[in-house]
Design a protein around this ligand. Structure first.
Ligand code: ARG
Length: 483
């Protein structure tokens, strides 16, 4: 063995290894450049573990104090940017532990008693994700509130409701926006539910089988706030599962994907509504861009990107779920690949929700305390469009049913009336009474009430319907719910 090789041996993983990792392998296996963002969770987890070790007399009080002191310094160093992250030390866990040992000596080396990086990383990811969910929930609340605010202003505004992107029946624009509020409220429920399952403690599982030290896992769970709504500590009950399961991350990414799909559908509508052919809404200029060649353009880049980024988040879901599918129990290094998709999902979702809340609802103007610069609605264009597609044909059929016709016959009769209107190039409401009576003699003058867009809207006065009375009731419910 040459001296050179011997020197290198000191960089090897442990005495067991005859050579260090190659530089390429080091880079390939290292995660520190992305997992360093778990540092706060890592330190919290370590402090909770150390406190329990001391309480259980597995380490001494002096060691515990030294660990606390060292971690306080490391926190300062990381926050100030002075901390030196080293690729050689592979990941966030080894980087922090090595610095701790440098700072406090043997106490630092005692921290890892009864612990493995396997239960450590599983704990860190859960703690980190929990804190991110706690940021996402208020963002979802803000977006819903913005939609409710715009809805409040537009209860009486009539939009052509589409099926198959063909004009179907008139709906209140507020009702349409509130459909998204329902979707986002279910997203919030899902995230809250994922949070419950995320908020469970793997630490104490050690490498895979548990540990020989008398750990008090419930104490650690309580310290870390991993408790249920009754304050009961939540601890992973099987060590193999504790270190290897990532289904909370998959569930989260699934919930995020659904939420992004909702944003994406809304984006698609905004893009359509903003096009010259619709002209239903405008969004503030700061959410649009110009074209480098066509001076007249204002492009809806933000909704388009959100639609595009939805693909990215759904891709992360596919990545994570595929990551798990072939893994035998318990921990495998594959799991290190859970982080980048999860981080990117969180970042993309948070940015998207923030931007959409502002794009829809506007920003508070500090001068008058009012929100400004949200979505602008062109009520006239919407109503004109609703008039174009015989949107009240169903109302005429319902009118005939109320006169005693079976619905199928009424449907056919109205089809003839629509055909006549098409050939006269007019709306159903513009057909003279005599012409309408030609289709069915029971038709009377009051038919024009149900042929009007507003009459059609008002008539849909069942729970969940588009009648303004119903919409107002929903707005009030959402207001109470959203606080
Ligand atoms: N960086 C690793 C990860 O993210 C930490 C756990 C390493 N455990 C191990 N047995 N190599 O999963």
């Amino acid at each position: 063995m040459s001296t050179n090789q011997f020197d290198k041996k000191s960089e090897a993983w442990s005495a067991l290894f005859s050579e260090p990792m190659s530089e390429l392998v080091k880079r390939y296996t290292a995660s520190v450049f992305f997992d360093k963002r778990l540092w706060q969770a890592d330190i919290s987890g370590s402090l909770a573990h150390a406190e329990m070790l001391a309480h259980q007399k597995i380490i001494g009080t002096a060691d515990h104090e030294a660990i606390q002191r060292g971690m306080a310094q490391i926190t300062t160093e990381i926050e100030s940017g002075a901390f030196e992250w080293k690729l050689d030390l592979e990941d966030v866990h080894l980087n922090i532990e090595a610095r701790l040992t440098q700072l406090v000596g043997d106490a630092g080396k005692r921290l890892h008693t009864g612990r493995s990086r396997n239960d450590q990383v599983a704990t860190d990811v859960r703690l980190w994700l929990r804190s991110e969910i706690d940021l996402i929930l208020p963002l979802l609340n803000e977006l819903q509130t913005a939609l409710v605010e715009v809805a409040e202003q537009n209860v009486e505004v009539i939009l052509p409701g589409f099926t198959h992107l063909q004009v179907a029946q008139p709906v209140s624009f507020a009702h349409h926006l509130l459909a998204y509020v329902e979707m986002f409220s279910r997203d919030a429920e899902r995230f809250a539910d994922v949070r419950r399952r995320t908020n469970r403690l793997p630490l104490g599982s050690a490498a895979l089988a548990g540990t020989t030290y008398p750990l008090d896992r419930e104490r650690v769970a309580r310290t870390l706030g991993m408790v249920d709504e009754h304050g009961e500590p939540q601890v992973c009950q099987n060590s193999l599962d504790g270190v290897s399961d990532r289904d909370f991350a998959i569930e989260f990414t699934a919930a995020a994907s659904l939420c992004m799909v909702h944003v994406s559908r809304f984006s698609e509508e905004l893009i359509l509504w903003m096009s010259q052919n619709f002209g239903f809404v405008k969004i503030a200029d700061r959410f649009t861009t110009g074209s480098s060649i066509m001076p007249q353009k204002k492009n809806p880049d933000v909704p388009e990107l959100a639609r595009g980024k939805t693909g990215r988040v759904v891709g992360h879901l596919m990545g994570l779920i595929t990551l798990m599918k072939g893994q035998p129990l318990a921990y495998n290094k594959d799991n290190q690949e859970d982080k980048e998709p999860l981080f990117d999902t969180v970042d993309t979702l948070k940015d998207t929700l923030r931007i959409f809340a502002e794009m829809v609802g506007g920003q508070v103007n500090p001068a008058n305390g009012k929100k400004e610069g949200g979505i602008t609605v062109n009520a006239l264009a919407m109503e004109e469009a609703a008039k174009k597609g015989y949107a009240t044909a169903t109302d005429l059929a319902d009118y005939l049913v109320k006169k005693g016709l079976p619905f199928r016959d009424a449907h056919e009769t109205v089809a003839h009336a629509v055909k006549a209107a098409v050939s006269h190039n007019c709306d159903l409401s513009e057909l003279p009474l005599a012409v309408l009576q030609g289709f069915n003699s029971s038709i009377e003058k009051d038919v024009y009430e149900c042929l009007s867009l507003r009459g059609s809207l008002n008539a849909r006065n069942t729970l969940g319907g588009t009648a303004p009375a119903q919409v107002l009731a929903q707005i009030a419910r959402h207001r109470r719910r959203l606080g």
